[in-house]
Structure formats: C-alpha cells, structure tokens
Design a protein around this ligand. Structure first.
Ligand code: FES
Length: 430
C-alpha cells in the first residue's frame, strides 16, 4: 500500500510555474501556477485520480473542468465536496482526498465493486434482518456518503432581495456580445458565472482559437457591464433568480433576464468512459492553454458533428486526432489503452495515457426550462426554442443554449438581433 501511495506521478506541466503558488495535497507539498484551479494544479502535478465514486469507489478524475461531472470533489481547508475545477488554488491551501479508507490510489472500499459485481441496492440490503439492519445502515452510510461534515459550521448569512435592470447568466462570447450592446444603449448590465474566470467556453480555448473572439472581448472590456465570478444561478422561482456566491445568497428580480448558459460536455457511452484520463476536448484544451499536457501519449477522438475544440487542440499541441468513435477505454486507475473506430470503420487498439473526446455538446437548458422555455430534442440534447431570443416576457436565451454556433460571426449576428428585440420590448414597457 505504501509503495502504491508513494509512486511518483508523471508531471504534466510543460514548464515550471512563473508565479508559483504552494499548497498541500494530502501529505505532499505541490506548486502550481497562480490562477490555476485546484483540478488544473493537481493534473499538472500528474494526479489524475482525484476522487472516488460514492458507491462503488471507482477512481474518478477531472473529465470536464467545468463543474459538470463531479469527478474532482475534494476536501479543501476543512470543507467537504469542493469542486476542484471551480476552486482557485491559494497559497497554503490544504487539499485532501475524501471518502476513502486507505488512500486515493488504494481505497479499501473499492472491494464493494468486486463483492457486488452486479450492483447493490444499499437501501434494501439486509433491511428487516434483526441485528444486521442497523449495522448495515452504518456501513452503507460509510460507503455511500460523500465526505464528512466541515471542520467548522459556517455562520448563517442573510439572503438579500435585489431588483436589477439586466442580468445575464453566463460570461461567454454570447453573453459578452449582448452585454456590450445593452450597456451601450444605457441599460445597467450584470453578468453572473459560476466559473472562477470570465469567458465561458473562450476560457477553454487555445490562444489561436480565442483570437477569433478578440473584438467581442475588447468591446466587453470597454463596456461598463459588471461581472460576478464564482456566482451560481441556482434556480428560478416565479421569475426570481436564486443566486449564490461570495456575496451570499440573493433573490434577484431582473427587468430583463438573459440565459447564456452555454452547453455541457457530453461523454458518449463506451466501456471505460469514466476512467481518469478520459476527458472532453474542451477540458483538455483548457489544460493546454494553462501550460499543462493532457497526457504524454494522448489521442483526440473527434465524433461526427463535433468541434471546435478537438481540431484546435490538435493543431496547437500536435496531439494525434482521429475522426471516429471510441469503442472502449481500458485501465485500472488511469487510462492505459483505447480501441477506436475511424470514419472508414477501421478499428485500432492503441496504448494511450489520455483519451480526449470531442463530442457534440448538450445545451445547458436547465434554467431556461424553469422559465417555461420550450425545448426541442436534437441529436446533441435539448435545444431551447425562442422567438428572436425571447422565451417569456422579459426573459431571453442566447448562444449554444439555443443552438447558435460557437463562432464570432454567428454570435455577433445573434447579439444584434436579440439586443433589438430587448430594446423593442423595453421601450414598450417604458
Ligand atoms: S466537475 Fe470538476 S472536472 Fe468535472
């Protein structure tokens, strides 16, 4: 066990950090680049297995780097279940693996998977058996729990009720393009994003890819729109938006509410798609843009109708790209191999340490549907339907959420159209 724990991971950072930040990961002191999230920092240090699945304790790693896969939950400074890919690393931070007996690499609770190869219903296992029922409940709690309570209870913070003019959920290219236009027309605009940095999908792009959006970002930087990061728009109640972030909880009533929530990474169904080292092309592109190799021997598999991250990453990094699909990925705690089928139907088995999957992204429709939006099921997921961006009076949806392509021309055209629709509605109200 000791040997496994002390095996040195392969460092994946391309160059030593220029502005180093030191933090502890379990018993080891690590350094990362200032601005890295905890997940980026750990990946750069070569740690791909960050957590364990709650029930069968299968190894889990960062797959999306966007708060969508739960592969990166860790304990940070005494607080459980922190999403490592949304948490910036700070000097002296203490990051601990949670939910294991043993170590992150060698978790004794993994035997659950081997003892019950066909799954286990822990709610009913031994239920009703005198004497065993109570013992089993204790075991089930230990096996299936996620972390343990914080070291200290957080003080209660009062929630605030705010009236706002324009609130845009998201800070990607679509959000920025629309925000600039609305701010220029005299509206007071506020953007919210749960990510640690602004830019939405642009944050994940290689510099070459991101250059396409330079004028959108420059216009936004000149605008007076306010932007709030690490702030989650959690739900919509009766057209009031529940927002939670560093400023506490707020219930926001906006005169104009815009959803620019983008799209989720999808992971196609194939055996081994949950092994650490299997990740989305968008996540791998973020690693590369932060100076971290996704793997030393990686492959990008670009599915039909996918893009643009796989192609851009292949061009910037030289990582081999295959257009096709993944049949399976293999490996115990890290991915070590993959079988893929290319466009011509030729099957190939390869040795790899990272499988980068570029699959069509699924629109993040969850908030829009709470506002009453109609959705249409398409191959990649549920696309929100709008009338010139509008889904209900005073509520709009834009960007990948509604199927707009992630390219600057399409986004500029859409932002003009929706800004005009919002202005027309606003002048009618005014
Ligand atoms: S939730 Fe953090 S990597 Fe997916």
């Amino acid at each position: 066990l000791q040997c496994i724990h002390q095996a040195m991971p392969t460092r994946l950072r391309l160059a030593p950090p220029k502005r180093p930040v030191s933090f502890m990961f379990d018993q080891e002191e690590l350094q990362c680049e200032q601005g890295d999230t905890v997940a980026e920092a750990l990946f750069g240090a070569g740690y791909k297995t960050l957590s364990r699945s709650p029930k069968f304790h299968r190894p889990r790693g960062a797959s999306c780097l966007r708060g969508g896969c739960e592969g990166c939950l860790v304990r940070i400074d005494g607080a459980p279940n922190m999403i490592a890919c949304l948490t910036p690393t700070t000097e002296g931070m203490r990051v601990l693996t949670q939910n294991t007996i043993g170590t992150r690499d060698f978790d004794l609770l993994r035997v659950t998977d081997w003892v019950f190869p066909h799954g286990i219903n822990h709610h009913e296992f031994m239920a009703g058996v005198p004497g065993l029922q109570d013992a089993m409940q204790g075991i089930a709690r230990r096996i299936t729990g996620l972390g343990v309570l914080p070291d200290q209870a957080l003080p209660a913070r009062p929630a605030e009720h705010r009236l706002c003019d324009v609130v845009i959920v998201g800070s990607g290219a679509s959000a920025q393009a629309l925000a600039s236009k609305l701010a220029a027309s005299g509206r007071t605009v506020e953007l919210l994003d749960d990510a640690p940095g602004p830019g939405g999908s642009m944050r994940f792009m290689t510099p070459q890819q991101r250059a396409e959006f330079a004028s959108i970002e420059a216009d936004f930087a000149r605008s007076i729109a306010r932007i709030r990061m690490s702030t989650t728009a959690a739900a919509l109640f009766d057209n009031k938006l529940l927002v939670v972030g560093p400023e506490g909880a707020q219930l926001i009533e906006a005169r104009t509410l815009v959803f620019a929530t983008g799209a989720h990474d999808t992971m196609p169904a194939f055996s081994g798609n949950d092994i650490p080292g299997v990740m989305s092309a968008r996540a791998a592109s973020l690693l590369w843009s932060r100076g971290i190799r996704p793997g030393q021997n990686a492959i990008i598999v670009a599915y039909p109708e996918s893009g643009p991250f796989g192609t851009a990453l292949a061009g910037a990094s030289g990582i081999r790209i295959v257009r096709g699909t993944v049949v399976e990925a293999s490996g115990l705690s890290d991915v070590t191999g993959a079988t893929i089928t290319n466009e011509q139907g030729k099957r190939e088995s390869i040795t790899v340490d990272a499988v980068i999957v570029d699959a069509p992204r699924a629109p993040s429709y969850e908030l829009a549907i709470q506002a009453g939006a109609t959705v249409k099921h398409e191959a990649q997921g549920f696309t929100v339907q709008t009338d010139a961006g509008q889904i209900a009076p005073g509520i709009y949806a834009i960007g990948e959420l509604v199927g707009t392509a992630l390219n600057a021309d399409a986004i500029e055209a859409e932002s003009n159209r929706v800004a005009n629709a919002i202005a027309a509605e606003y002048s009618g109200i005014g």
